[in-house]
Design a protein. Structure first.
Length: 126
């Protein structure tokens, strides 16, 4: 069977400093900066041995439109989504859907609006 997988994701931002502050507080990690012509990118830590897709925060004045209701919903895999959800408001975001079970065999999820106005989600097995 042919496999179709996510290679990377890009989360649009309006203010890079505000965005890096939000995500470093919520995930308790460091992001790495990259500048490509008129794009600014901040990459999330990624270990190919652990699988998944790499991703970044991206600022470009004309390339993206931020929407808290439309578009793709990215789920970040975490150990317990309650941990990251508990950090969202202090970092400048809003919890839209608190932690709840999807199904016993799938796990838990929570949805947030980040400090830039993007709708994102967390997924955990506990």
């Amino acid at each position: 069977m042919k496999s179709v997988s996510v290679q990377w994701y890009e989360i649009p931002v309006r203010e890079m400093d505000r965005a890096i502050n939000f995500y470093q507080k919520v995930f308790d990690c460091e992001l790495s900066r990259q500048v490509l012509d008129d794009f600014q990118m901040l990459w999330f830590p990624f270990d190919p041995e652990q699988g998944g897709a790499s991703g970044s925060l991206v600022y470009h004045e004309e390339f993206y439109e931020i929407s808290p209701k439309a578009g793709v919903l990215v789920y970040f895999g975490v150990d317990d989504c309650e941990v990251e959800l508990s950090r969202v408001e202090a970092a400048g975001g809003k919890v839209e859907i608190p932690k709840r079970m999807i199904a016993p065999d799938i796990g838990f999820m929570g949805v947030i609006i980040d400090a830039e106005g993007n709708r994102l989600a967390f997924h955990s097995n506990r």
